[in-house]
Design a protein. Structure first.
Length: 273
């Protein structure tokens, strides 16, 4: 772990797409506004007019029109991340439902891929008798990490937490959705997060670099990061998007037919200047 030292990173991605007609699209690949993130250099390559806006979850989005034919859509950023380590707060307590802030209540309700109403009894059977607080959330993470096997291509864009739980396998978004489902079933607010997760002080992922998904839980002093896929503290997480589930943070939303032909992600430490 890196402690309080700033961590310089290079992050970015590239899509190659093909479309038969001009198509309006939204990309969500730039780091979300965060006081810990200092953007030193930021570059977009879209070959079309585009502009940024911030959605109602606080995520940066890029709106553009993809021209007819083959297009390359790329984003690159050199940034510096202060306080880069995951924060561990074992004494953080759960907040009773009647004391939750109004804006947090949405994160205890069902959403498209997160179904606490369907897995509620299972959640209470597994975790209901455990001491509340950080340790109960960590027990959920431990269970999901052990129950699901990471298998490339094991799920599709329509796979719910219930589907992944039944199949016993999935990708990182499925790990996050299932853990969020259990938390919400216990009235613990939880939200989906995704972004860049460089291999800092850990071996590089065997499957190659990709965007990563994790989740955040609201405990007494605010939102805390948990990662059911990796189940270990990490350095260098750069949040791109947060929402109720993956529906709210699509990498590329197109309002017309678009075929993705190539895709790559970069997330790595860079030499400090």
């Amino acid at each position: 772990m890196r402690g309080d030292a700033d961590l310089p990173l290079l992050v970015g991605c590239e899509f190659v797409v093909e479309t038969s007609q001009p198509t309006v699209a939204i990309m969500q690949v730039a780091p979300a506004p965060d006081p810990r993130v200092r953007l030193d250099i930021e570059q977009w390559e879209t070959h079309s007019d585009h502009h940024s806006y911030v959605d109602h979850y606080g995520n940066r989005c890029e709106r553009l029109t993809i021209p007819v034919g083959v297009s390359r859509l790329a984003y690159r950023s050199e940034l510096c991340l202060s306080r880069p380590d995951d924060v561990i707060a074992p004494d953080a307590r759960e907040v009773p439902i009647d004391e939750l802030p109004d804006e947090v209540l949405a994160y205890v309700l069902p959403s498209r891929f997160v179904l606490p109403d369907e897995l509620g009894q299972e959640a209470w059977d597994l975790f209901g008798s455990l001491p509340s607080g950080w340790s109960r959330v960590q027990a959920i993470v431990d269970h999901v990490h052990g129950h699901l096997e990471w298998v490339s291509g094991a799920s599709n864009p329509w796979t719910t937490a219930v589907d992944a739980n039944r199949a016993g396998q999935g990708v990182c978004r499925d790990f996050a959705h299932l853990a969020i489902t259990y938390c919400r079933a216990l009235n613990i607010p939880a939200r989906y997060a995704f972004g860049y997760l460089p291999a800092v002080d850990v071996p590089p992922p065997a499957e190659g670099m990709d965007f990563a998904a994790w989740f955040e839980v609201y405990l007494a002093d605010g939102w805390h990061t948990f990662d059911a896929r990796n189940n270990e503290p990490r350095s260098g997480r750069v949040v791109v998007g947060r929402g109720r589930d993956a529906t709210d943070v699509a990498l590329l939303t197109s309002f017309g037919p678009v075929t993705l032909t190539n895709f790559s992600v970069t997330a790595e430490e860079r030499p400090s200047s």
